[in-house]
Design a protein around this ligand. Structure first.
Ligand SMILES: [Zn+2]
Length: 155
């Protein structure tokens, strides 16, 4: 579900990182000199100076870490069957016995409710991940693959 948007984000961050590395690292020095001589520097020049290659590089690093952080978040496991998220699997750091217990409880809920119990009814991790991915992708809304990646995230 999130894979297309994660791939899209990683590709855009790779593009941004490559552009930052390819840009002249002295660019900010030139603009700093201009700013020193011209305290009323134009807004465009101030903007370019703020988004110098070094800053762009650190923004890419920060966004990659945010992406890794959100993707590593786990569903809630409390040991209380009324609280545990139905989406818990071994990937959430629980043993097979716990994952099996939660799967069995979900089977019981499915029979009782006629549908699967959703993450949103317990911990909300999936909604937070989806929302964060879409917010990280928003600056790339003008990319031709953006809408397809976001649509896949919502499927
Ligand atoms: Zn959950």
């Amino acid at each position: 579900m999130n894979d297309a948007l994660v791939q899209f984000l990683r590709a855009r961050l790779d593009d941004d990182g490559e552009d930052a590395r390819a840009a002249d690292p002295e660019l900010s020095t030139v603009f700093t000199r201009i700013a020193t001589f011209d305290p009323e520097m134009a807004a465009d020049e101030r903007h370019i100076m703020r988004h110098r290659p070094a800053r762009a590089h650190y923004e890419v690093v920060a966004k990659r870490l945010m992406l890794d952080e959100v993707l590593s978040s786990r569903h809630l496991v409390t040991g209380d069957h009324c609280m545990d998220c139905p989406r818990v699997t071994e990937a959430d750091g629980v043993g097979t016995a716990t994952a099996d217990r939660i799967r069995a409880l979900n089977d019981a809920y499915r029979k009782k409710l006629g549908r699967d119990l959703r993450c949103a009814e317990r911990c909300g991790r999936d909604a937070r991940v989806h929302r964060t991915l879409e917010l990280l992708a928003l600056p790339y809304a003008d990319h031709p693959d953006y809408m397809q990646a976001v649509a896949a995230n919502r499927a």
